[in-house]
Design a protein around this ligand. Structure first.
Ligand SMILES: [Zn+2]
Length: 60
């Protein structure tokens, strides 16, 4: 098992430019099945991740 520990005192580092991520920028992707966003670093614009929140239509 992996233990998770909440750290409110540290900011994560961007894996690309290694700067602290205190703000995350995002853009919405063109909707297909539900809204999805791409999150990116405001310093270097590297993609940090894409949300996979699906719509409620198909219950997926
Ligand atoms: Zn970056």
């Amino acid at each position: 098992m992996i233990t998770t520990i909440e750290r409110d005192d540290l900011f994560p580092l961007c894996p690309h430019c290694k700067k602290e991520i205190t703000t995350v920028w995002f853009r919405q992707l063109k909707p297909d099945l539900g809204k999805r966003c791409v999150y990116f670093c405001p310093q270097c614009r590297a993609c940090l991740g894409i949300s996979h929140r699906k719509g409620l239509i198909m219950g997926m």
